[in-house]
Design a protein around this ligand. Structure first.
Ligand SMILES: O=C(O)[C@H](CS(=O)(=O)O)OP(=O)(O)O
Length: 248
C-alpha cells in the first residue's frame, strides 16, 4: 500500500532558535543568499573540486598556514591572511576550477556546522532553487529550511528564498507545514516574486553590503536556477551532486 503520510516541512528563520527545529532525521537546507550559499553554489558551477567550510577565523588561519587556498571574511572584511573574500564573483573559474578552497564567513559556514548532526546538509540559494526542490521531493525524510540570517536576526532575503523553495515543496503534495514560519515565508515570497530584484533592495543586508561597496552581487544572487548543482556536506567537506542539464 502506498504511504500517504506527509513529510514534515519547517523553516527556521534564525540560528538563534535552531535547536527548536533540530532533528537528526532532517534534510537541512542552509540558506544564506547574501552571500555565503550563493557563493558556494557559484564555486561549484565554476568547477571547484571541494570546499572545506570552517566555522572560526582561527581554523581558517591554520588552514592557510597548512597551504590551503582560503576564502574568508568577517563582517564584510577580507581577513588579512585570506586569498579572497565572500563575493560570488571571487569564485570565478580561473580561481577555483579543480581546486580545494577553505571557506569561512560570518553566518553561513557557521550554520553548516550547526546542522551537521542531521541526516543531510544541503546548500541552498536562488541559484539552485529548482534543482534543490527536485532533489528534496525525490527523498523520503522531513525537510528543514535553515535561514542563516545575519548575526541571529531575522533576514528578509533568506526567508524569501526559503518561501520560494517551500512553495515548490508544498505544491508537490508530499509535505505538510507544521510551523507558521513556512506560511510566512511563502507569503513573503508571493510579495517578492513579481520583481525579486527590486524587492531585494529592501533588505538590511543590501545596506550593509553597499556601505562597504560589496553590493554589486545583488542581482546575481537573486537569479533563479543559474546551476543544477546541489552542494552537500560530508565528512567535513562540501561536494556537489547534479540534478541534470549541463552547467552554464
Ligand atoms: O559576507 C557576507 O555577505 C556576510 C558578512 S556580514 O553578514 O555582512 O557580516 O557573511 P555571510 O556568512 O555570507 O552572511
Amino acid at each position: 500500500m502506498m504511504n500517504t503520510k506527509k513529510r514534515r516541512l519547517e523553516v527556521c528563520i534564525t540560528p538563534a532558535i535552531y535547536d527548536k527545529h533540530a532533528h537528526d532525521e532532517n534534510l537541512v537546507v542552509v540558506i544564506d543568499v547574501l552571500r555565503a550559499t550563493s557563493s558556494i553554489c557559484t564555486a561549484f558551477a565554476n568547477g571547484v573540486d571541494r570546499i572545506i567550510p570552517v566555522a572560526t577565523v582561527e581554523e581558517a588561519r591554520q588552514k592557510k598556514e597548512a597551504g590551503y587556498i582560503v576564502a574568508s571574511e568577517r563582517d564584510g572584511y577580507v581577513l588579512d591572511f585570506a586569498d579572497f573574500g565572500n563575493s560570488p564573483f571571487n569564485f570565478s573559474a580561473d580561481k577555483v576550477k579543480g581546486k580545494q578552497i577553505v571557506y569561512s564567513t560570518t553566518n553561513g559556514t557557521r550554520c553548516i556546522h550547526m546542522a551537521s548532526h542531521s541526516q543531510e546538509v544541503l546548500i541552498g540559494s536562488f541559484l539552485n532553487l529548482s534543482a534543490l526542490a527536485k532533489y528534496l521531493i525525490a527523498q523520503d525524510a522531513p525537510v528543514l529550511l535553515f535561514c542563516a540570517s545575519w548575526k541571529d536576526r531575522f533576514s528578509l532575503e533568506d526567508t524569501v528564498c526559503a518561501g520560494a523553495l517551500a512553495e515548490l515543496l508544498l505544491n508537490s503534495g508530499q509535505f505538510e507545514s507544521i510551523c507558521d514560519a513556512v506560511t510566512a515565508s511563502v507569503d513573503l515570497w508571493s510579495l517578492a516574486k513579481t520583481n525579486l530584484n527590486s524587492y531585494s533592495l529592501k533588505t538590511a543586508q543590501k545596506g550593509r553590503l553597499a556601505s562597504k561597496g560589496l553590493d554589486d552581487c545583488m542581482e546575481f544572487c537573486h537569479q533563479l536556477d543559474f546551476t543544477n548543482l546541489i552542494p552537500y556536506y560530508t565528512n567535513g567537506t562540501l561536494l556537489a551532486k547534479s540534478m541534470g542539464h549541463s552547467e552554464k
